[in-house]
Design a binder for this molecule. Sequence first.
Ligand SMILES: *Cc1c(COP(=O)(O)O)cnc(C)c1O
Length: 364
Amino acid sequence: MEANSLLDKIKNYEAGKPIELVVREFGIAPEDVVKLASNENPIGTNPSVQRAIAQNADKAHLYPDDSMYELKESLASKYEVDDEQVIIGAGSDQVLEFISRAFLSADSSVLMSQVTFAMYEIYAKQMGATIHRTPSYEHKVDEFLAKYREYKPKVIYICTPNNPTGDAISRDEVFEIIQGVDEQTLVVVDGAYMEYASAKDEKYHISPKDLIEFPNVIYLGTFSKAYGLGGMRVGYGVANREMIATLGKLRPPFNITTLSLLSAIEALKDDEFVRESISLHKEQIKRYEKFADENGIEYIDSYTNFITYLFGDRYNSTEVANDLLRRGIIIRDLASYGMNAIRVTVGTAEQNDKFFANFREVSS
Ligand SMILES: *Cc1c(COP(=O)(O)O)cnc(C)c1O
């Protein structure tokens, strides 16, 4: 049976490999597998969220509050915006999908960095849109504005900090891009790792409140990284009311689960967990920088919870990733992004020890 021919051009998203695969293929005990491939929070699930889930385990037969009033209120108050300026998605991924469906078609195009979050391309291609990329893997304002003038894309994706490279652009640079485009182009500011960037350098902190005055800008955030809820699938978009109302037309009813909804509400009550996550991260990422320096490996200065090692002609990223995988260490090979590099989520001290020890062995 013939499917929509647009789908022929789409390469499936390559998700980080699951622990189950390593257990199955290499016979390694699940507790010995070190998963540093998907930028999950290494501290684990916030204990107060765990308690809330346990206490509400008997609510799985009930649909969630479809208005998601309490979660929107909590986000609105955190960001000092109105609850009508917030939309909730099953991960910010789903908000990206709404954006694509609302604004793209076969005669439109999108602009993104050379190397960036793979889902931007996939959702855009689902609508038949043409993909344009800047030449550099890092976000460069001049490159974005030059390509914008050349192609007049309908949507520009600014992933700051950027996944899978870890670089970021400053708030001022984001404003330069926004102010350099007209209101018919939507600028998506994807802040999936913003908590880490803000903690590293205030200049890189972007608050959705700063963006809300622009009719053509949306900010995306997620509970999957600093809040440690990747498995619950909750993300959000913050924009002006009209934009949120437009995207709302594409939202299916009950698009996150009852337990996801209450997890996100609970997570927002506990800033301490995020602070702890960031402080562990700050301490541990220094070890990755030192390890790279000592071993003559180049890396990209990271504003995220992962670090990207650039191998140049020293090692082959695919070989290193496969060798580590056989030893139960899951990291991300960036060969499919055209880079001879690996992306490693900064883990707990113990996980990182295992990464360093095994990396030494596979690279010698
Ligand atoms: C992780 C991530 C997201 C969203 O993840 P969800 O789990 O769908 O909320 C969005 N953008 C980037 C760049 C990411 O790395």
